[in-house]
Design a binder for this molecule. Structure first.
Ligand code: GDP
Ligand code: MG
Length: 594
């Protein structure tokens, strides 16, 4: 295709503002999907995406419109996947900034807009859902115009649901988004903006060609790893994969298949070039995915450990950001320490393990990565609280911090500041987007955000606040490890790294919780919370004399046997901590965050 006829664009929006629905309408109006096979959220292919109504992986579809080729790239909307979003944006020249006409600008509207502006994209401001009775297009057109510096009359109005205004929007894309420019006879350079594992076809890699040309049956080189592969198939998606003998030229968006079986060999952000005539430099901005949140995952049934390993191996084929290594817990047995991009990523992985692989899992409370500097100058990276040094020789502890942006109606400023302050936030600034809508910026420790921050924010603002955060390096903090001990024995799964000021509350809370969850034993069981050797909280489980056989008065023997049998059953689901029997349910309950 002549690059002059190509328009590459994406739709960026806060979650639920209607991106997928608008994409659906575009597929239908351009005739790519006929009315009969249309189903809601056509592009959200993973089950979990469909059920949750969110987009996790980006997708690209080629839409013919008015003699032009439009490539629409659907981007994931969640903060965990910011890097993937940024790569999708890099594959475009324009972005539709979609805002719900009944909601107005939200945190991810801003975050995505800034990413799009960084990528130098032409921005098309659009209000969606104008069919809603609650829509306030005048008000929000003004808000949006103020944000990007245009006239309110420049803001388009559509309904992804009814299709109103969608044709005009497509015309507008053709008229206003710049055509791609690149050097047709230069060495090939294509940006990988997504990479998906398919059971039948292996890894399907989505690319945007910047310079040169990629062909079928060509040896290609992945520039970040120097691995070479042969393109077995190359083509475009419209809306299903359509192989093309012509390959892909400047400005084109499509897919390629090389037969590799692991997305880590075809990484988002990497540059594809020709092995025979490689480009001198890779495209800018490649980053290796970096896990930010860690949690221990253990099978409830210890026998399922090999299945868990196998399931993680399989998931990793499709998820280059997922990392894990074996870990043993005295309390929970054999499991894995797993690293995630963020909380949503963690939830998705857990859900897939349980749903697609039928596993039942216990996960330990999520934690961030700490950097500990010892007095002798040595340093260690802690991804598991139980590995945090217990001795007194720690010089400094660093934790990851974020630049967080919260958008909310102005009436909630007080509540929001209270929550943020309570979580060691530092106010960075505040701006009014309109007279009743405010943007509040904080520096917040990531460790405080991953612990039910969002839920609290939502409940204190009746659901009106939205949050976005980005990593902003690390900061020194007064952090300590709190251990929970049963009969003097630390239970590794309950160790937590908390701020000094919150250590006492955590200790008391955990000790109380466990006293209620652990059944009485034949002997007294002290529960203690401690920082190093210093005990900060204490509870006691009183002893009982439990003799099940006493109930039988020496009566019939088969009844006795049955009782013993039953007791053995129960014991199987018990974990031993020292001499103390702890039912599995107690771990599950104590580790759940609410
Ligand atoms: P996304 O998270 O941005 O992809 O949003 P979705 O496309 O999944 O839409 C979120 C919700 O808004 C769904 O319940 C849609 O049915 C609804 N929705 C989307 N567009 C419109 C619209 O134009 N009008 C109305 N009334 N509802 C819409
Ligand atoms: Mg969606």
């Amino acid at each position: 295709t002549d690059p002059a006829l190509i328009r590459n664009f994406c739709i960026i929006a806060h979650i639920d503002h209607g991106k997928s629905t608008l994409a659906d309408r575009m597929l239908q109006i351009t005739g790519v999907v006929d009315d009969r096979s249309m189903r809601a959220q056509y592009l959200d292919r993973m089950d979990i995406e469909r059920e949750r109504g969110i987009t996790i992986k980006s997708q690209a579809v080629r839409l013919p419109w008015d003699g032009h080729v439009l490539n629409m790239i659907d981007t994931p909307g969640h903060v965990d996947f910011t890097y993937e979003v940024s790569r999708s944006l890099q594959a475009c020249e324009g972005a539709i900034l979609l805002v719900d006409a009944a909601q107005g600008i939200e945190a991810q509207t801003l975050a995505n807009l800034y990413l799009a502006m960084n990528a130098d994209l032409h921005i098309i401001p659009v209000l969606n859902k104008i069919d809603l009775p609650a829509a306030q297009p005048e008000k929000f057109a003004e808000e949006l115009a103020g944000l990007i510096g245009c006239e309110p009359s420049d803001v388009l109005r559509v309904s992804g649901k009814t299709g109103v205004g969608v044709r005009e929007l497509l015309d507008h894309v053709v008229a206003s988004v710049p055509a791609p420019v690149g050097k047709a006879d230069a060495a090939a350079r294509a940006l990988i903006f997504d990479s998906v594992y398919d059971t039948y076809r292996g890894v399907v890699t989505y690319v945007r060609v910047i310079d040169g040309h990629l062909s079928k049956r060509e040896r290609i080189l992945m520039m970040s790893t120097s691995a070479t592969h042969e393109t077995l198939e190359i083509g475009v998606i419209s809306p299903e994969p359509k192989p093309s003998d012509l390959g892909l030229g400047v400005g084109e968006v499509g897919y390629l298949i090389t037969g590799v079986k692991d997305v880590r060999q075809s990484r988002v952000g990497d540059t594809v070039t020709s092995a025979a005539k490689p480009a001198a430099e890779m495209l800018a901005g490649y980053e290796h995915p970096k896990p930010m949140v860690f949690s221990g995952l253990y099978p409830i049934d210890g026998d399922e450990y090999p299945e868990l390993r196998e399931a993680l191996d399989k998931l990793q084929l499709n998820d280059a950001a997922l990392v894990y290594e074996p870990e043993t817990s005295a309390a929970l047995g054999f499991g894995f320490r797993v690293g995630f991009l963020g909380l949503l990523h963690m939830e998705i992985v857990r859900e897939r393990l349980e749903r697609e692989f039928g596993l039942s899992l216990i996960s330990t409370a999520p934690n961030v990565v700490y950097r500990v500097v010892m007095e002798d100058g040595s340093e260690l990276t802690v991804t598991n609280p139980s590995e945090f040094p217990s001795g007194g020789k720690i010089a400094q502890v660093f934790e990851p911090v974020t630049k967080s942006t919260i958008l909310a109606p102005a009436e909630f400023i007080g509540a929001i500041m209270e929550i943020c302050q309570g979580r060691r936030g530092q106010l960075q600034g505040m701006d009014y987007l309109s007279e009743d809508r405010v943007e509040i910026r904080y520096t917040l420790p990531l460790g405080e955000i991953i612990f039910d921050f969002f839920d609290q924010l939502k409940s204190r603002t009746r659901g009106y606040a939205s949050l976005d955060y980005e990593p902003a390096g690390e900061a020194e903090a007064d952090l300590v490890k709190v251990d929970i001990l049963l009969q003097g024995e630390a239970v590794d799964a309950f160790s937590a790294i908390v701020h000094k000021d919150k250590a006492y509350a955590y200790g008391v809370d955990m000790a109380k919780k466990l006293r209620e969850l652990i059944p009485r034993q034949q002997f007294e069981v002290p529960i203690q919370a401690a920082i190093g050797a210093r005990v900060i909280a204490r509870e006691n489980i009183r002893a009982i004399r439990k003799d099940v056989l006493a109930k039988c008065y020496g009566g019939d023997i088969s009844r006795k046997r049955k009782l013993l049998e039953k007791q053995k059953e129960g014991k199987k689901r018990m974990k031993m901590v020292g001499r103390v029997e702890v039912p599995q349910e107690a771990f599950v309950a104590a580790l759940s965050t609410d």
